[in-house]
Ligand binder design. Sequence first.
Ligand code: PXL
Length: 450
Amino acid sequence: MKKALSIAGSDSSAGAGIQADLKTFSALGIYGATVITTLTAQNTKTVSDIFVVPPKFFENQLRTTLTDIKPDVIKIGVLYDRSIIQIVKDELANCEKPIIVDPVLYSGTGIRLLDESSFEAFKQNILPLANVITPNLKEAELLSNTRVKSTNDLSKAARYICDLGAEIVIIKGGHYNRMNNEVSDFYYNFSRADYHKISNPRLPVTETHGTGCNFSSAIASYIAMGCEPKRAFILSNSYVNRALRNALKVGNGLLVANPISQIYNNSEKYETLITLQSSVENLEQLNYFSSLIPETKTNFVYSIPIPRDLFDVAGVVGRITNYQDKIRSPNVVKFGASNHVGRALLVANNFTPSIRSAINIKLTDRLLEICKELFKCSFYDRKYEHVDNAMKEGTTIQWGVKEAFKREPNLEVVFHYGDIGKEPMILIFAETPNGILTKIDEILRIFKKI
Ligand code: PXL
């Protein structure tokens, strides 16, 4: 296992600092060791007190840890005080491993995290250690003494920081041009004339606590894994984006970035895939199911608990088909494999969050009669769909399922009678693929009697 060492402050609210670093190292499969510089008394609204670890003790922590544990990367966060800065400089002067510096000057709630009188010592002693430095816009301005109003100024600020000794400068531009609906991060490697910008849509969250720490420790983690710094930057950008999209409200102040969501998401995805896979196998065992498969074939889908888009919904690649009275299924399940049933599920889940699975079967008078007898059903009629919407591929089903759920909540079945070139269809919803199988079984039991 690769190892990282974080030299940083403790955040009692656990959204930033050492606590965030450890979450990110763990989420990315890196062993994290921690040497603590300061203890902060902190919540999501403010930092009420800062205790600097006595320098002798700090030095002891660092030496004891490093004499035994040899990290593949070192990440530096809050140092606060010139006595700590001096020790870090002396101990790491001959360090051969990559050093990532997050030049934390203020907390997200606006409290100083580097003592004003230690600012020059920080610039002189810590910047030359940095293989990668990750200031936000404000930190870049302060370190470079440059007011940033344009991308040209950004590049000037980065150049200045490089001249102070940092090798690669990554400026997190979340605060840059708040009116813009995009946020961009900028990568500068002047010695290789290598520059890169990543833009993402601005998320509806204003400011989150811990984003910077998670970003810099993700960069450290990817570098420990052997990634080139630019690739580490690209991967960390998307990692933090996910942590932000899943930000948590743990107090009454700033939302807290949630890096662990990556782990939950992966395990949920695994669980979702194997459950769907075995349910597709069980579906194939249901005699007579082949007579329920429509011309356009069947898909069977299952989503993770809070699906956001089609890539959170697993479906059958190539759909489940019938040949005479046999079912033919490739039985390969994949996220994003179903466009139509997948979209229908996303809409249903939006109305009833416990609905995570769906299947489509053909509509005949008899099948519809059975469904109406067994389940809570509603329908949509394409006649009432706006022409502009009908022209867009894949949007009719979303519009239709929404109409049906608006009319009647807690639906189990939505059907439509089709249109020119559109086959009539029945969509069945349930909480799990097993729930779908039970419903299909109930339908078949009645259906087979005729
Ligand atoms: O996000 C920067 C940061 C780093 N380290 C500690 C912090 C904060 C922000 O509040 O408290 C300890």
